[in-house]
Design a protein around this ligand. Structure first.
Ligand SMILES: CC(C)(COP(=O)(O)OP(=O)(O)OC[C@H]1O[C@@H](n2cnc3c(N)ncnc32)[C@H](O)[C@@H]1OP(=O)(O)O)[C@@H](O)C(=O)NCCC(=O)NCCS
Length: 161
């Protein structure tokens, strides 16, 4: 799968995406240190050990480069997450939404929260590494494919045997 490039200086606004979710009781926030193990464990349970490791790395960044979506009507349970600067600087991802919360705009709000944060800390472009749902990124943030970018930085990764 290819890497994608996103212009951070021409992003859709974040507020409407976040406000729309609030009407459904879902809030997007940057987690804090005491929440780290809960977030990482949730990612491991839902999306596996590689994405949990990357999420863990992001809690060492200042600012913490993770955003989560929580359902305030269901005891603040985590329903989605998104990271940037996890494995290398300038990369967005990993990200994922609980299957039962997909299609509500959670993924887009988390994506925009991360990308706006990247712009605010000084990046002009973001790279979505090894993008799975390419059409989703094209549609939400006008991402374009980077030619000859596969396999990218995740080549030769150690896997559980
Ligand atoms: C990709 C993912 C994060 C999207 O989350 P989501 O909360 O369902 O996304 P949204 O509700 O914000 O969707 C926004 C739009 O993109 C579309 N979309 C969502 N997932 C899509 C996909 N895989 N392919 C194409 N379009 C997609 C939605 O239909 C929606 O369109 P609409 O506005 O016309 O209704 C989620 O499907 C997921 O967790 N997938 C598994 C993990 C994954 O692949 N992560 C990305 C790794 S690079």
């Amino acid at each position: 799968m290819s890497d994608l490039l996103v212009k951070l200086y021409a992003l859709p606004a974040l507020e409407p995406a976040v406000e729309e979710l609030k009407k459904k009781g879902i809030e997007v926030k940057r987690p804090i240190g005491p929440e780290k193990l809960l977030v990482v464990e949730w990612v491991r349970e839902k999306f596996g050990i590689h994405w949990a490791s990357e999420t863990d790395m992001c809690f060492s960044n200042k600012p913490i480069s993770v955003f989560v979506a929580i359902d305030t009507l269901k005891e603040n349970r985590i329903v989605g997450f998104a990271c940037y600067d996890a494995t290398v600087r300038g990369f967005f991802g990993p990200t994922g939404v609980d299957p039962s919360y997909r299609g509500l705009g959670v993924g887009t709000a988390l994506l925009l929260a991360c990308l706006h944060d990247m712009y605010n800390v000084g990046y002009a472009y973001a790279i979505i590494g090894d993008a799975g749902p390419v059409e989703y990124y094209k549609k939400t943030v006008n991402a374009i494919e980077i030619p000859d970018s596969s396999p990218g930085i995740y080549r030769n990764m150690i896997r559980k045997v």
